[in-house]
Ligand binder design. Structure first.
Ligand code: AMP
Ligand code: ZN
Length: 117
């Protein structure tokens, strides 16, 4: 069910602490941790603690929680002293989504091309 922890979800396991991660920030509703395969000097994932399969599902089911995630992306940028950065929500396998628990990628610390690949 939307919002409930899923036994087979990697990011639910990071929230539960049963899989380790380099956590850089935590709030009552969100966790932010470093991506294990960084694509930029700063590459942090911000996730809601509750399980939603992607950003659109999160925004529909829990808009205040979606806002919490967005607010935390700015907090990461501030902590990492990024004046320019990119927030990415890969949505669907064709766009590169591999983990089906909503997450924002915060990327920065290098020049970022547009359009993205
Ligand atoms: P996406 O491909 O948009 O679904 O993003 C999933 C991201 O999770 C990828 O950038 C992976 O490198 C990252 N990732 C996978 N496993 C872990 C892990 N155990 N700890 C941190 N990041 C991870
Ligand atoms: Zn999950």
């Amino acid at each position: 069910m939307a919002g409930e922890p899923q036994d087979d979800c990697l990011f639910c396991k990071i929230v539960a602490g049963s899989i380790p991660a380099t956590i850089v920030r935590e709030t009552e509703t969100t966790v932010a941790f470093r991506d294990i395969n960084p694509q930029a000097p700063t590459h942090v994932l911000v996730i809601p603690k509750a399980h939603h399969k992607d950003a659109a599902a999160l925004a529909t089911a829990a808009p205040e929680l979606a806002a919490d995630v967005l607010r935390e992306t700015q907090a990461i940028a501030d902590e990492e002293k990024l004046d320019s950065y990119r927030v990415v929500f890969n949505t669907g396998s064709g766009a590169g989504q591999t983990v089906w628990h909503a997450h924002a990628h915060v990327l920065g610390g290098r020049g970022l091309q547009w359009p993205p690949g």
